[in-house]
Design a binder for this molecule. Structure first.
Ligand SMILES: Cc1cc2nc3c(=O)[nH]c(=O)nc-3n(C[C@H](O)[C@H](O)[C@H](O)COP(=O)(O)O)c2cc1C
Length: 333
């Protein structure tokens, strides 16, 4: 593969005092990017990781589960902690709490389209009221002494694309960076992310822009970065079972030859490591169901993978699952 000398084109992603290299962000994914996952995947080539979104209302009660969501490993710094909510005062309190718990950056979610979030006017529903977005940004900025960023979609529907207006206000009030997932809220995940809007956003404001949406592989991510001129990219679904996408992009950004998607046995060996780490950190009862979906992702595209996936879905204990994966590794090796 021809390698562009991309180091000349791309600089570290600057968020406040944090110079982030490579400028590649592991997307926040609820139910996925817990602290174990962030610590495991960061060394592959993510300059920044983001927690799962945390409800600002829930943070007031400081339940064990909520506090665990904002907890850190110590290996994954800098960490951006993402909050969602609709009330500026509650968002400010939540921001103060997560900052006290070690967040290096506070990220505000103006992008989640899930009904359980938008029915309380949070997430992407905030985009229906740009004044409210501004009030939330101001309140959070006043509450903390670290950089504050936002992550948003284009707008609620294709008829009210408010992202440029929100971005201009974000820049004016002192937001340090903006991530744009280039779909509307009503699109959910339908259609494709329209990167022309990301390029338009980059031209419209001078704070760092992180482009997000449908980056399926490292060459595509590099191409979108160069075409749109963004300061960084965020990758979500393509990372599942494939953290090597980050090492490949890191290599491309530094003008090195990417190693590519590893052989099945290598992937499964890493999957076992992921599994064992999750069991040791979360305990078997919680890790086993969570790891079913991850194993499914690691098992993409090799002979016998679908049969193995089905068998793994039925396992009940970690020992049983790990035995099956190990037997497959032995067969593949
Ligand atoms: C399972 C899952 C959970 C997600 N949870 C969050 C979240 O907590 N906060 C957020 O801002 N976005 C969340 N997202 C959206 C992703 O961060 C990202 O914006 C989106 O998947 C588009 O990027 P991609 O095409 O690279 O996946 C989630 C996405 C998925 C698939």
């Amino acid at each position: 593969m021809a390698v562009e000398p991309a180091t000349r084109l791309v600089r570290p992603l600057q968020i406040g005092k944090h110079a982030i290299w490579p400028p590649v962000v592991l997307a926040p994914m609820s139910g996925v990017t817990n602290r174990t996952m962030r610590a495991l995947y960061k060394p592959f080539g993510f300059g920044l990781t983001v927690t799962e979104f945390v409800s600002s209302n829930a943070l007031q009660y400081q339940s064990q589960r909520t506090m665990e969501m904002i907890d850190q490993h110590g290996l994954e710094q800098p960490v951006s902690t993402q909050l969602w909510g609709n009330d500026p005062a509650i968002m400010a309190l939540a921001a103060r709490t997560v900052r006290e718990c070690g967040a290096d950056i506070v990220d505000i979610n103006f992008g989640c389209p899930a009904p359980k979030v938008t029915k309380t006017a949070g997430g992407s529903a905030c985009l229906r009221d740009v004044d409210r977005c501004e009030a939330i940004m101001r309140a959070v900025l006043d509450a903390v002494d670290c950089p504050v960023t936002i992550k948003m979609r284009l707008g609620w529907t294709e008829h009210d694309l408010v992202y440029l207006e929100v971005a201009r206000r974000a820049e004016a009030v002192g937001i340090s960076a903006i991530t744009l997932h280039a779909r509307t809220a009503k699109q959910f995940y339908r259609g494709t992310a329209d990167w022309s809007h990301i390029a338009a956003l980059k031209r419209a404001v001078s704070i760092p822009i992180i482009g997000n949406g449908d980056l399926h592989d490292a060459p595509t991510a590099l191409a979108r970065m160069q075409e749109s001129g963004v300061d960084g990219v965020m990758i979500g679904r393509a990372v599942l079972g494939n953290p090597w996408i980050a090492s490949d992009l890191h290599a491309l950004l530094e003008g090195r030859i990417p190693a590519g998607y590893p052989a099945p046995a290598v992937r499964l060996r890493y999957a076992l490591h992921h599994y064992e780490t999750m069991v040791s950190e979360l305990g078997e009862t919680r890790a086993v169901p969570q790891m079913r979906k991850h194993l499914g992702y690691y098992l993409k595209g090799f002979p016998g993978a679908s049969e193995l996936r089905e068998r793994l879905m039925r396992t009940l204990t970690a020992a049983e699952t790990m035995g099956l994966v190990q037997a497959t590794i032995d067969r593949l090796s």
